[in-house]
Unconditional design. Structure first.
Lengths: 238, 605
């Protein structure tokens, strides 16, 4: 990372642009997980009791961070990182015990900051960013059965890689070197990879139709970030 | 340009963000709790007769019946019988039985547990994964004692009379391995009675009254059997005393010890029931017989009936004869010889010749191997055939004179007639002449073996009369040729007198007076003269009667009739007639004694 930053700084400095936006923020993401809805239903039907799906991949907090160099007056380039998580649960509990299955998802997206910024008024700007990149998904299937004081647990971990884009609109207000950014984007999987068992790439997760299923993080992303601006804005006197 | 001093903190940013992210990773928390009521079950374990006790004594192989149950909705999964913590039997049904044997369990104290597992069927998670059961158990102390494997000992049997009934007692078998007593009875027909209660040690028979019976008792235990038997003989005896003076019969019998089985006594004369007694204590009865008659079969029968109608009654039948009727041994043919004034009997059955006194007691007997003898009324001779010779036996001197040998004939002399003057008649056969017999009818003087008559002929069995001996009068003065009824006078030869008149069939020369010949026909007895064949007198015979015998001592003839109940005795000189009760035919008379075929005799004159 350090090397990347140094290289990018050198590139940008040779082009004469001095402003760098560093942001970190949080938000909320909605996740499609369409194929895993069916998977959950399939899983529920195998329970020995009439369990219910109590969690079905709800919208949850996401985190992101980016660093971007302004390439010219309106263009910028940088690195973008996003972390999100969600999950599903099938659950049943009575006086005699408890049985549930958790499907715990999280992802890490590494993408580029690449877009155009439109400034309007003093200290306001609107950016459009495509965030092309890759999303690395981790899935843990956890099955737990508790009968009396006995507990039985099984856990399997999977991973997959998607090629993604997240077209995003970002509205920024600055106060000196600091600023706030509101963003709204939509995560799209351009390509969804198979969900594979860790340690055995030949073992893939199948759905109820015995077809491979994929983790689809498609959905809206809303975020609020804090910005620290290093350097002067283009066109400003030092 | 980004200053280098800012790069180092920035490089740490992803780690910081990662930390924050993992700290706030989604973790499911929603739960679904289903309200299910726990099942409260009622259960019981039933072990036959041991529910109220906590100790079971095992001293013989015992089969235990168990029954378990649990209230709805729970359902039985498995029943286990556990002996000292070791499952020894299992069942998947709520009812069943198991057998414990002291042969397989060491003596001492053990723990017997009946335990069952029932699925709760509560519908809970634990129930659905097969982890929720009720386990119910009940425990007993099992006391095992050494088991005796010996077969039973032979039981003692004892028959007694109890309250008027036959009672059989046997020694009880007290061990727990008892199976049964099997009593086999021989009456009324062979059958068995099985007792499975070891406390049953006697059998009362309400039907045994008289006779013999065998009781065989077999004791069975788990390891064998032992048998013993006993027999009861209660012979009934009937004593009948007949009083001929009033024709009453006195019967005596034994009252039965087992009087409760007594039903009745029936006295039957021939086929007529005379008395029926219903008192068990009665043991005698005098009954006047109504059907007794000499010469006819007369019986008195006692029947003792048991209360058990399936049992045949005890029966004893006594045949009655008039008390004064006696019987001669060996059924002799009877003759009278005036030379020694004795009745002489000859029994072909015993080859004995008897000499009787006036009371018909045999005072002497001599063995003579012959099938027939001839005893003339007069003189001292008895004639018989021995070894093809005619033997003239002087019963006064006991001298025996043998005639010439007739062995040239294949058939020895037959149908011999002897006379007081030592003459004898007979006939013989000789089959050696082919199919036609060479027959010889002879009258011979046994003193000098001269022939008075010897008529030889070829006897053709197909169309000739068989040869018949000439009939000699007792004094030897006359002979009769039966073929042509010609009477001859034997004095210095043989001179014909004439043919017998057709006044009846020739019966005999009158033994005591050979000058008379008796001719009989239905309804009359004609007496003609031997000298000129003239009719001397006629004796009327009762209708339907025939003359069966003439007694030369008393001069009475016996007249008999088939199925008649009396015979007539008629003096052929005086016509005096006597009636004597005697049945049917077969009667004879000698020296005043009337006798029958069986040689029962009675002095009547």
């Amino acid at each position: 990372m350090r090397t990347i930053l140094v290289v990018m700084a050198l590139i940008l400095s040779r082009n004469g642009y001095a402003q760098v936006h560093i942001s970190a923020g949080t938000g909320i993401g909605w996740f499609s997980m369409k194929e895993f809805h069916d998977f959950q239903e399939h899983l529920r039907s195998s329970f020995p009791v009439a369990a219910r799906i109590t969690e079905q991949f709800p919208a949850y907090v996401i985190y992101d961070a980016s660093i971007a160099w302004q390439l010219r007056r309106t263009g910028f380039l940088g690195v973008y990182y996003q972390y999100g998580s969600t999950g599903g649960r099938i659950h049943y509990k009575d006086y005699s015990g408890e049985i549930y299955s958790d499907q715990l998802f999280h992802y890490n997206t590494i993408a580029l900051n690449a877009g155009e910024a439109l400034e309007f008024g003093k200290n306001y700007s609107l950016r459009v960013d495509l965030h092309p990149g890759a999303t690395f998904t981790s899935l843990e299937l956890l099955s737990v059965t508790k009968i009396g004081d006995q507990r039985y647990q099984e856990s399997y971990k999977f991973h997959s890689i998607n090629a993604t884009m997240q077209p995003t609109f970002e509205l920024t207000k600055t106060w000196g070197n600091f600023g706030l950014k509101l963003s709204a984007g939509y995560h799209i999987a351009v390509y969804a990879g198979k969900v594979k068992l860790k340690g055995n790439k030949n073992a893939i997760l199948l759905g109820s139709s015995t077809d491979p299923i994929a983790a689809s993080w498609d959905g809206l992303r809303l975020g609020l970030s804090g910005i620290y601006i290093i350097g002067r804005r283009l066109g400003e006197e030092e | 340009m980004l200053p280098f001093r800012t790069v180092r903190p920035l490089a740490r940013l992803p780690f910081l963000l990662g930390f924050l992210a993992f700290a706030c990773t989604f973790a499911p928390s929603e739960e679904y709790f289903k309200e299910i009521e726990q099942v409260s079950a009622m259960a019981y374990i039933d072990l036959s007769t041991y529910n109220e006790t906590d100790t079971i004594l095992l001293d013989h192989p015992t089969t235990f019946n168990f029954n378990v149950d649990i209230s709805n909705p729970s359902t039985l999964e498995q029943v286990e019988i556990i002996l000292d913590s070791k499952p020894s039997f299992s069942s998947y049904t709520p009812r069943g039985d198991f057998t414990l044997s002291p042969l397989n369990i060491p003596p001492g104290l053990h723990q017997l547990t009946i335990q069952f597992k029932a699925k709760s069927n509560s519908g809970s998670l634990a129930d659905n994964v097969g982890a929720e059961y009720f386990q119910v158990w009940k425990t007993w102390v099992l006391k095992v004692v050494k088991y005796d494997i010996d077969p039973p000992q032979v039981p003692d049997l004892k028959i007694t009379e109890t309250d008027g009934r036959l009672r059989l007692d046997w020694t009880p078998y007290t061990k727990k391995n008892f199976i049964s007593y099997t009593l086999k009875l021989s009456f009324p027909q062979e059958h068995e009675i099985v007792f499975t209660d070891p406390l049953t040690t006697h059998w009362v028979d309400s039907s045994f009254l008289w006779g013999s019976a065998t009781f065989a008792l077999t004791v069975s235990n788990t390891f064998g059997t032992a048998s013993n038997n006993t027999r009861i003989d209660e012979p009934q005896t009937l004593t009948v005393t007949y009083d001929a003076t009033d024709t009453t019969a006195s019967l005596k019998w034994k009252p039965s010890r087992f009087y409760k089985a007594f039903s009745k006594v029936v006295i039957t004369e021939n086929t007529t029931v005379r008395e029926t007694l219903t008192s068990a204590s009665d043991s005698s009865l005098t009954v006047k017989l109504k059907e007794v008659l000499w010469g006819r079969s007369e019986s008195i029968m006692l029947q003792l009936f048991s209360t058990n109608k399936q049992l045949d009654p005890f029966e004893s039948r006594e045949f009655i004869s008039p008390a004064f009727v006696k019987m001669l041994r060996n059924r002799p043919n009877l003759y009278y010889n005036s030379g020694i004034n004795k009745v002489i009997g000859h029994s072909p059955l015993s080859s004995l010749v008897y000499f009787y006194d006036d009371q018909m007691h045999a005072t002497d007997s001599v063995t003579r191997y012959t099938s027939t003898i001839s005893v003339p009324y007069f003189g001292n001779f008895i004639y018989y055939v021995n070894n093809n010779r005619i033997v003239t036996w002087n019963v006064t001197t006991n001298e025996q004179v043998y005639s010439f040998d007739n062995s040239s004939y294949t058939i020895e002399p037959s149908s011999i007639h002897g006379s007081a003057n030592a003459m004898a008649s007979y006939f013989t056969f000789d089959w050696r002449y082919g199919s036609d017999a060479h027959a010889s009818e002879v009258i011979v003087n046994t003193v000098d073996n001269s022939f008075i008559e010897k008529t030889e002929s070829n006897y053709d069995i197909k169309d000739s009369y068989p040869p018949i001996s000439r009939i000699l009068s007792d004094d030897g003065r006359f002979s009769l040729d039966v073929h042509n009824r010609t009477l001859y006078k034997l004095q210095g030869g043989r001179q014909p007198i004439g043919s017998l008149p057709y006044l009846g069939a020739f019966f005999s020369f009158r033994p005591d007076n050979n000058d008379e010949i008796l001719l009989t026909t239905s309804g009359s007895l004609s007496i003609i003269s031997s000298n000129d064949l003239s009719l001397l007198r006629t004796i009327t015979i009762p209708a339907g009667y025939t003359v069966s015998s003439y007694d030369p001592v008393t001069h009475y003839v016996v007249c008999e009739k088939m199925n008649a109940t009396v015979v007539y005795l008629i003096n052929i000189d005086t016509n005096n007639t006597k009636i004597f009760p005697a049945y049917s035919t077969g009667w004879g008379m000698i020296n005043g004694y009337i006798y029958n075929y069986g040689r029962q005799y009675m002095k009547v004159l």
